[in-house]
Every structure is written in structure tokens, then in C-alpha cells.
Write a protein that binds this ligand. Structure first.
Ligand code: AMP
Length: 615
């Protein structure tokens, strides 16, 4: 069995890890960084880039550079969060045929799982080139608070990237796994995870390889990006006040400002004051305008204190749901880059009444936990048992648009619930069922997962037909629904009208498209390599002709010159096969020059220490 890697698919950055000799290790990317920006950029010719290069392009081509796609995973376009993201993102967010929030680059539309798949593919490549083997299986982490649509979208992304997603695990659970893997004593741990775009809090009990999540809570749209945005708003407001120019109307300026705001935020985690300089950020009739500002840590803290406070409600909720008092917790683990901010650390310490644990790297611990789970599944390390919970209640819509819960939030998964449905009108030919996830009382306020029509039902008076519907939540937190007609005992085929997300056909089509991309990319690479080799050979052959023209037979020179010209032509035509042929032909004819010069002797490279003489 090959390695099962662990991928932390973050809003801002991604991290990939594997287990070596029982120890989780982060895999650095080709540039040597241990995390890779979750950024995809598209060039005019359709070529796409992922990671640091893409992030750099974001400054000059903001409209074709996609950041923070995780924030759109599994979201309907009309949802509040998608609208908020669309307003602030420098790229276009549009409505797909099925009502989901998609991204438009040039003429082409991309679903969020497609973009995430590009990031996952990059992480797979990072792992493959480091480990020197093909990788086909992964554990991918998601925020504990992701709903079914968001989890399904993540699994779809994995599939599109050619990865079999062996398990989806929750980020805080993964972090706890990395922290407590070798811990034998029983411990109660809170994992506070504030990343780029999401916030999660989970309370766990850890004992001898069993990681039992007691409760989880959070907000899938709260994170470091909100802090960046608050800072951008503030800097843009100050700039408008002094120049009258609104930088928010200019996508390129806005992107530059966003970059600087994030950088300033990072600096203020270790220093008390920082400078922000953006020369030539705008201009008007009086000439170019520069943004120069000094920002104090205290100013940033006043600006974003409320955002951080929003994480405390879910912390309270998680403790209540777990039935655990703050003082009963043994450790508080901080996860996610945003927890590097001193104010986050102090608010967490105040809330829980103890200093958080400092022994884990908040950027890497999630991927390491995922890798451990992968290694456990592959039998490389001791088995671990992750008993996770569903973060949101699952239920159906009943009369009057009321939400009837079948599985209550914080129930350990996998879990199952059954319900008998019937008709409300005589001779009704089908039973409509609307499956939802959430905590609100009315159906319309919750996330719609799917609508089913159980059909056909035999004609009967109302209330007589009995259809048993089983709702399953698997260990990945993904919902499945089965139906059985109790009258006939027949398992019914249910027609699923997916409320949103990608269908199996969509995924298949995207994979095929990705394959085409792969083929074109591969062709491009081969052509570039052939060109390089051809140019190197042309260079040496041209020099050989120049230097040996008088010393070898004329027909040899004439042949080499003809082959040189033909190879130049093939390079200009960009024809890989012709370049390869031309390369081989020229190699043979150019050898003849060498043969004529050195006689028919075979020659090797000079041995070490030997001196090559020109004469
Ligand atoms: P993650 O999703 O865990 O990669 O977290 C990324 C978030 O952490 C982004 O919003 C970053 O700006 C933020 N972040 C990373 N390093 C720091 C730092 N030193 N100080 C404050 N925020 C940081």
C-alpha cells in the first residue's frame, strides 16, 4: 500500500505531511516552504499557477487570481456569506446554473471544488516529488463546523485532484491527534482553531489512542481575513479622508492594500508599531498619491477586538454542550495562523483561565494529525480511534415549514436515524422530503441539503402508506439517505434533486477536463525540454562547424549545416516530434566532425585530476 498523506486544506495556506518511522513530518514545497499559499492564478493562455507564484501574480492580476476559495465551498450564491465574499474578493463571484457561488475568470466558470482541486493537486505534487512515489490517497481536513455541503464539496475537490479521500477529519480533531498521539494519560483538551477564514472550537477527551470529541462549535466565516479586511477598510478610510480617493474602487490598489495590511498584521504580532508604505497607489489631477501610514499594535487591537470576541460565544457553547467546566480542562491548544496574534492569545487565556499550550506549531499541527490518521489507516502506526461529532443537527421539513430534528448536533458519528413518512392527501402518488442541516426552528433558515420525492406510492387513503427513511452520517460527517416502502418491503429508488453542489457527472466532466489540462501541460513540458536540448546541441554544433570547417571533409560540414538549419526550423515551428528527430539527426552528423577530428578513437571524459590540453 502506498503512503496516505495528510493535507490541511486551509483558507490561506495548505500544509502536507506524511509519517516516517512513526513520526509525522511536514513536507516542504519546491521553494523550501513548509506551507503553500492556497492561491490559484490563471494566465491569458489558460495556464494556471498555484502557490507562491500565484500569490505574487495576485498583486498585478487580481481579477484572475483566486484567494480564499474555501470560503465559497458548498455555498449558495445568494447566501449572506457568499455575497460578503463576492463584495470583497478582487475576482468575480457568479451564480452557477444550480444557484451555487462559482468563480468567473475571463469567459470560464469554475466551481469552488475545481479551484480547491488545483491546490490539492499541487500538494500532491509536493508530496510526490519529495517522497519519489505516486500518491493516490489522502486524508483531508475540514473545519469541524463545515456542514454536509461543504464536506461533500471537499471530497469532490479531492476526487477531481485524483486523490481517493480516505477520510475527511475535522481540523481540531487532527490537531488533538498530533498533540496527544503518544499521550497515555487521560486528558481533557480544548482546541481553539482560528485560521484565515474559519473558526472552530472543539472539546475532546484523550485517553490511550481514543480521541473522543465531546462537543464542537464555531463559525465557518470568521478568521484572519476578517481582520485583514477591517484593517483594509481603516486604511482606505484614512486615505480617502486625506486625498478624497476611494481605493476600494480600484481592484489592483485594493489588492496591494490587502497584501500590505496582512503583512502589517503579522509584524504587529511581534512588534508594537509598523509602517505601511504603498507608493503610487493612486493618482488624480494633482499627480500620483502614496499611502504612508504608521500603525500601532494597540490601534489594530481596538479595530479587531470585536472580531476576536466573536470566537468566545462558540467557546461558551462548546463547554456547555460538552458538560465540562473551564477549570476541568487540562490543556488549551492553539491552532491556525491567526492565533499568533497576541490579543487572540490573551483573550483565550482570559476566557479559559489558563495559558494556552505552546508546544505545537499552529500552522503544521493539523496536517501532522491528518498524516497520523493516514498512517493509522495504512497500518504504519498504532490504531487510533477518532470519535468525532456532527457539528449541526440534521432533520427534515414538516408541515408549516417547521424544521424537525432527527439527529441532534454533537452526536458522535457515525450515526443513524430512522423516520416513517406518509402522505397527507388521499391517493397521493409521492411523498416529498426536504433534508436540512442547522439549528434554527424554521426550515428556511437552515441549510438545505437535498429534496427527495419518494415515488411512486400505491394509491391509498392519506396516512396509510408508510415509507421508512434512514438518515446516516458517516465518519466523514457526510449525510446519506435511503428509503424503503414498508407496504411492499421494496427498497425505493429515490429521486434526488441536489439543492446545490456538484453531481457525480459534474465531477466526472471536470476530471476529464483536468486530464486534458494535464496532457497539454505535459506536452508543454516535453516541448520545453526538447527545445532546451536542441538549443544546447545547436550551440555546440555551430561552434564545431566554425572551428573545424577547414579541418574536415566538406560533405560532413555541408550535412551538419543542413541539419542545423532543419533543427532551427523545427524549433520555430514548435513541433516536438520534428525537434526530436532533428536532434537525433544532428547528433549523428555532428559526431562525424568529432570522429574526423579525433580519428576513430572512442574518448571518455578526462579522469579527475587530468589536465585537458588545447593543443
Ligand atoms: P491558516 O488558515 O491556519 O493558515 O491561518 C492563516 C491566517 O493566519 C491568515 O489570516 C494569516 O494572516 C494569519 N497569520 C499568520 N501568521 C500570523 C502572525 N504572525 N500574526 C497574525 N496573524 C497571522
Amino acid at each position: 500500500m502506498g503512503k496516505i498523506i495528510g493535507i490541511d486544506l486551509g483558507t490561506t495556506n495548505c500544509c502536507v505531511a506524511f509519517v516516517d518511522n512513526g513520526q509525522p513530518q511536514v513536507i516542504p514545497n519546491a521553494e523550501g516552504s513548509r506551507t503553500t499559499p492556497s492561491v490559484v492564478s490563471f494566465a491569458k493562455d489558460g495556464e494556471r499557477r498555484v502557490g507562491n507564484v500565484a500569490k505574487r501574480q495576485g498583486v498585478t492580476h487580481p481579477e484572475s487570481t483566486v484567494f480564499a476559495i474555501k470560503r465559497l465551498m458548498g455555498l449558495a450564491f445568494e447566501s449572506k456569506n457568499a455575497q460578503k465574499h463576492a463584495r470583497l474578493a478582487p475576482y468575480r463571484v457568479v451564480k452557477s446554473d444550480r444557484g451555487d457561488a462559482w468563480v468567473q475568470i475571463g469567459e470560464k466558470l469554475y466551481s469552488p471544488p475545481e479551484i480547491s482541486a488545483m491546490v490539492l493537486e499541487k500538494m500532491r505534487e509536493v508530496a510526490e516529488s519529495y517522497l519519489g512515489e505516486d500518491i493516490t490517497e489522502a486524508i483531508i481536513t475540514v473545519p469541524a463546523y463545515f456542514n454536509d455541503a461543504q464536506r461533500s464539496a471537499t471530497i469532490a475537490a479531492g476526487k477531481i485532484a485524483g486523490l481517493e479521500v480516505r477520510r475527511i477529519i475535522n481540523e481540531p480533531t487532527a490537531a488533538a491527534l498530533a498533540y496527544g498521539f503518544e499521550e497515555k494519560e487521560g486528558q481533557r483538551v480544548a482546541v481553539y482553531d482560528l485560521g484565515g477564514g474559519t473558526f472552530d472550537i472543539s472539546i475532546l477527551e484523550i485517553a490511550s489512542g481514543v480521541f473522543s470529541v465531546k462537543s464542537t462549535s464555531g463559525d465557518t466565516h470568521l478568521g484572519g481575513e476578517d481582520i485583514d479586511n477591517a484593517l483594509v477598510e481603516e486604511l482606505a478610510r484614512r486615505f480617502k479622508e486625506s486625498t478624497g480617493i476611494d481605493l476600494r474602487d480600484d481592484r489592483v490598489a485594493l489588492q496591494r492594500l490587502k497584501e500590505q495590511a496582512e503583512k502589517a498584521k503579522h509584524e504587529l504580532s511581534s512588534s508594537l508599531e509598523t509602517e505601511i508604505n504603498l507608493p503610487f497607489i493612486a493618482s488624480d489631477e494633482t499627480g500620483p498619491k502614496h499611502l504612508e501610514a504608521t500603525l500601532k499594535r494597540s490601534e489594530l487591537e481596538i479595530l479587531v477586538s470585536e472580531i476576536i470576541d466573536q470566537t468566545l460565544g462558540p467557546c461558551e457553547q462548546a463547554l456547555t454542550d460538552a458538560g465540562i467546566k473551564r477549570e476541568e480542562l487540562d490543556e488549551i491548544l492553539l491552532v491556525g495562523g491567526q492565533t499568533r496574534m497576541p490579543m487572540v492569545q490573551s483573550k483565550v487565556a482570559d476566557f479559559f483561565g489558563k495559558q494556552p499550550h505552546r508546544g505545537v506549531n499552529p500552522d503544521e499541527v493539523v496536517a501532522m494529525g491528518a498524516a497520523l490518521q493516514g498512517a493509522a489507516l495504512a497500518g504504519e502506526v498504532e490504531e487510533v480511534l477518532l470519535l468525532d461529532v456532527t457539528p449541526l443537527s440534521l432533520g427534515v421539513e414538516t408541515g408549516g415549514g417547521v424544521f424537525h430534528k432527527l439527529i441532534i448536533r454533537n452526536t458522535t458519528v457515525p450515526t443513524r436515524a430512522r423516520e416513517i413518512f406518509t402522505t397527507s392527501v388521499d391517493n397521493q402518488s409521492f411523498v416529498p422530503i426536504h433534508v436540512l442541516q442547522g439549528e434554527r426552528e424554521m426550515a428556511e433558515d437552515n441549510k438545505s441539503l437535498a429534496k427527495f420525492e419518494l415515488a411512486p406510492i400505491l394509491p391509498a387513503p392519506r396516512g396509510v402508506p408508510e415509507v421508512e427513511v434512514t438518515f446516516d452520517i458517516n465518519a466523514d460527517g457526510v449525510v446519506n439517505v435511503h428509503a424503503k416502502d414498508l407496504g411492499t418491503g421494496r427498497e425505493q429508488d429515490i429521486r434526488v434533486v441536489v439543492s446545490s453542489g456538484l453531481t457525480e457527472e459534474d465531477i466526472k466532466r471536470i476530471i476529464e477536463e483536468a486530464e486534458t489540462y494535464k496532457t497539454t501541460d505535459e506536452k508543454r513540458r516535453v516541448l520545453a525540454e526538447l527545445r532546451n536540448a536542441a538549443q544546447a546541441l545547436l550551440y555546440t554544433s555551430e561552434r564545431a562547424v566554425e572551428e573545424c570547417r577547414e579541418l574536415v571533409a566538406e560533405e560532413v560540414i555541408v550535412q551538419v549545416e543542413a541539419d542545423i538549419e532543419a533543427l532551427h526550423q523545427s524549433i520555430d515551428d514548435g513541433d516536438a516530434i520534428a525537434i526530436k528527430d532533428g536532434l537525433e539527426t544532428l547528433e549523428l552528423s555532428a559526431y562525424k566532425i568529432a570522429e574526423a577530428m579525433y580519428g576513430n578513437v572512442e574518448f571518455d571524459a578526462p579522469a579527475k585530476g587530468e589536465v585537458q590540453s588545447d593543443s
